[in-house]
Design a protein around this ligand. Structure first.
Ligand code: ADP
Ligand code: ASP
Ligand code: MG
Length: 416
């Protein structure tokens, strides 16, 4: 007998029919003698719908109130799943985040989990119940409902698994694992049997939304075995077969035999680039530009500063596209005059494409192969950033899919 956490995403919970299938799958695992905790997302489209309602009323809704409503989709899901399990003869109980409690900080819409009380859940499991806990939501010290950022149910699930010391966390989704790139963009992308934790972390942080980045961080910090697999198979397929399907995030460097130099291609459409022109080249300037941006809670990603000419330089960085207007506003109002910059220009239609792979450590020439491939397609590179296991480039968004497809091919990642 093992304690296992299942997470089901929006598509997997997308209709009452699908929820009945989830119940059958969960019951199969419970019948095999396992203790099961389920963390579902809202039904697909629901979180967008609810947030859309708030935005119909106000362009910038109060984050506390946004969390109050955005979290409700998950509450519907847990109740429906409990009913579906009870309908097939299982004992099941659902909880909202605050009832568990999943405690977070107070950063509404992007809260971080601080602790999870596991006593109540353990008692229910020991009493033979299947426990269903809302994904995406928690509660802060003052009792306010918080949410963990879009895609946050992945993080709820892995964090719950870590708190309960589960044997494994199974992330059921609408694809049957982690692929060399998003299979919606490259149809012959290949499923990976394993992906190292480090690579998964890079891929998630570089835009592969199959797992929310914080869920990967939790998996790494607690060394929680985490597997991505399909919820769209027949729910009654043999458990053994299901348990070994999909993609396992591995913590062992040497399980990496199947991989060549590059493991995958990640991309993020929603980037924006900002350049502060004519900046005096003196100590403290980067801080004076980026300090106010950070104070506005805007995440900065790639950064470059040009060579200075006659004491002046240009300073360029990227921010998430959704924060572009806010970042421009901060720079215009609190930075430009203060540092004596010339002007501020930006482009909100850029995307980032990255090649990722631990194999890069022992191979030279990956960057030149990447740049050659892009140059053969006539794609201009605007910015570059690298780490030990990734190379990212910023390009015009209209070439993003072409770049992903041609790199996928150039690095031989397609299905044989
Ligand atoms: P869920 O609702 O189950 O959380 P998501 O939509 O958040 O599902 O994540 C699954 C989706 O992630 C897939 O449908 C796929 O389009 C996308 N995706 C992006 N990159 C990858 C990748 N490298 N491998 C698999 N899926 C990917
Ligand atoms: N329902 C939330 C969202 O749409 C959380 C999740 O699905 O993981 O972002
Ligand atoms: Mg998701």
């Amino acid at each position: 007998m093992a304690l296992i956490v299942h997470k089901y995403g929006g598509t997997s919970m997308g209709s009452t029919e699908r929820i009945k299938n989830v119940a059958k799958r969960v019951a199969k695992w419970h019948d095999a003698g396992h203790q099961i905790v389920v963390v579902p997302s809202a039904m697909s489209g629901e979180t967008n719908r609810i947030i859309g309602l708030a935005k119909e009323i106000s362009a910038q809704p109060d984050p506390r109130e946004l969390d109050m409503i955005a979290s409700t989709g998950e509450q519907v899901s847990v109740g429906l799943l409990a009913i579906a399990l009870q309908a097939i003869g299982k004992q099941a109980v659902s909880y909202a985040g605050w009832q568990v409690a999943i405690k977070t900080d107070s950063a509404h819409t992007k809260a971080r989990i601080a602790s999870i009380d596991e006593a109540k859940v353990k008692a229910d499991l020991d009493a033979g119940k299947i426990v269903i806990i809302t994904g995406f939501q928690g509660v802060d010290e003052l009792g306010n409902i918080t949410t963990l950022g879009r895609g946050g149910s992945d993080t709820s699930a892995v964090a719950v698994a870590a708190a309960l010391k589960a044997q494994e966390c199974l992330i059921y989704t609408d694809v049957d694992g982690v692929y060399t790139t998003d299979p919606r963009v490259v149809s012959d992308a290949r499923r990976l049997n394993t992906v190292t934790f480090e690579e998964m972390l890079e891929m998630a942080s570089l835009g592969s939304k199959v797992l929310q980045i914080r869920s990967v961080e939790f998996a790494g910090n607690y060394r929680m075995p985490t597997r991505v697999l399909s919820s769209l198979t027949d729910p009654l397929i043999p458990l053994e077969e299901e348990a070994n399907s999909g993609t396992l995030i591995s913590f062992e460097e040497d399980t990496h035999m199947e991989q060549a130099t590059i493991t995958g291609i990640a991309f993020n459409r929603d980037e924006a680039k900002i350049t502060v022109l004519g900046v005096p080249d003196r100590p403290g300037i980067a801080y004076q530009i980026l300090g106010p941006v950070a104070d506005a809670n805007i995440e900065v990603d790639m950064i470059i500063q040009n060579q200075s000419v006659e004491g002046k330089t240009d300073f360029t960085f990227t921010v998430p596209r959704g924060e572009y207007a806010k970042a421009m506003d901060v720079l215009e109002t609190s930075v430009k005059a203060h540092i004596g910059a010339g002007s501020i220009v930006g482009d909100s239609k850029v995307s980032k494409v990255s090649v990722v792979g631990v194999g890069m450590r022992s191979h030279v020439g990956i960057a030149s192969q990447m740049f050659r491939t892009l140059s053969e397609e006539g794609i201009n590179i605007q910015m570059i950033s690298t780490s030990e296991i990734k190379i990212s480039v910023l390009i015009d968004e209209k070439y993003m899919e072409l770049a992903v497809r041609s790199l996928h091919k150039a690095f031989g990642l397609e299905n044989a």
